[in-house]
Design a binder for this molecule. Structure first.
Ligand code: TPP
Ligand code: SF4
Ligand code: MG
Length: 329
């Protein structure tokens, strides 16, 4: 199915109730386009959410869906996936839903590497409850719950999920329809838990917070798009890049025609998460695209292997038991 025309089949007839200008509209469109591009009918997808503005999304798509309870979407998604492994399971969550009340469930789902896709709408604020700081809000941010400024350092979502050995992590701007569509499709293709951090502008309670890296006029010098096998180069004139710096990474600038040989080449498949972690620690430039994609056994595969092992040992035990019984008769 063509994603540009077929996406409407994935939208429901419900009135969309987000504020005018919210990036959530663009994300919804990208999600529907991605579902169309995957090429399966709507009933092969289940969209599970928690609570928040982001979490309203299951109403707006024409798939199976479940608007769950706050922070618990990964638990519900786990149940759905284990009972129906043939379904594509999507978790829609926000920075408050996933990283405040739901941190525990979020991180354990990632650690288990269940084959589900988590789309995390990060607007660095609680939107639905009208503008309190969240675990990703920046220091000093004045909000309704921090009128003198936020004093709690934020989580870096990428670094956090890499600590749980996430097997797929990508970051995308919430105003880039094409980039989101492509990355959502890749996330669905990945076997294991995929986490996509979407930088989502909330024009009502935290407007413009991602502007330098999401606005086309400034992003060219402050955003670095990575692609497997391509050098880490960015900037208007293509004369900025990333090099190793001790255990981390640092940006450099050059004047020569050719980039210095120390400029690194992106490898999304490195087993050790340290390189991807260092990429997520960069703030200028901020790194976008698929930062890590590697294969490690999923929860379903491990559980299948365990069932087979148990079944085989049951056969052996039965054989031994019968042999002993025969000997004694
Ligand atoms: C158990 C429980 N505690 C608190 C709330 C109030 N609450 C609803 S949404 C929300 C935060 C949502 O923030 P986020 O996940 O960032 O979503 P956004 O609205 O920004 O998309 C909170 C604290 C609730 N609904 N249930
Ligand atoms: S409060 Fe913010 S995140 Fe929620 S719908 Fe409105 S603009 Fe979007
Ligand atoms: Mg939020």
């Amino acid at each position: 199915m063509n994603s540009n025309s077929g996406y409407k089949a994935f939208l429901s007839d419900q009135d969309v109730r987000w504020c005018p200008g919210c990036d959530d509209y663009i994300i919804l469109r990208a999600f529907a386009r991605a579902l169309a591009a995957i090429g399966l009918p709507p009933e092969r997808h289940v969209v599970v959410s928690g609570i928040g503005c982001a979490s309203r999304l299951p109403y707006y798509v024409n798939t199976y869906g479940l608007h769950g309870i706050h922070g618990r979407a990964p638990a519900i998604a786990t149940g759905v996936k284990l009972v129906h492994p043939d379904l594509y399971v999507w978790v829609i969550t926000g920075d408050g839903d996933a990283l405040a009340i739901g941190t525990n469930h979020f991180l354990h789902a990632i650690r288990r590497n269940l084959d589900i896709n988590i789309l995390l709408f990060n607007n660095e604020i609680y939107g639905l409850t009208k503008g309190q700081f969240s675990p990703t809000s920046r220091l000093d941010l004045k909000t309704r719950s921090s009128p003198q400024g936020n004093i709690q350092p934020p989580f870096h979502i990428g670094s956090l999920v890499l600590g749980a050995d996430v097997s797929f992590f990508a970051r995308v701007p919430g105003n880039d329809l094409n980039a989101m569509t492509k990355v959502f499709v890749e996330a669905a293709r990945h076997k294991g838990t995929s986490v996509v951090e979407i930088l989502q502008n909330c024009p009502v309670f935290n407007d413009g917070v991602f502007h330098p890296v999401t606005d086309k006029s400034t992003a060219v010098d402050h955003a670095l798009w990575v692609e497997h096998g391509r050098p880490l180069i960015y900037g208007k004139d293509g004369k900025r890049g990333i090099v190793r710096d001790g255990c981390g990474l640092r940006p450099i600038r050059w004047e020569s025609e050719q980039p210095p040989s120390e400029v690194m080449v992106h490898d999304e498949k490195v087993d050790n998460p340290s390189y991807a972690f260092a990429l997520t620690q960069l703030s200028d430039p901020m790194v976008f695209g698929i930062i890590r994609r590697m294969r490690r056994p999923t929860y379903e595969e491990r559980s299948q292997a365990l069932k087979q092992k148990v079944a085989q040992s049951a056969i052996v035990h039965d054989f031994i038991r019968k042999a002993i019984l025969q000997e004694n008769t």
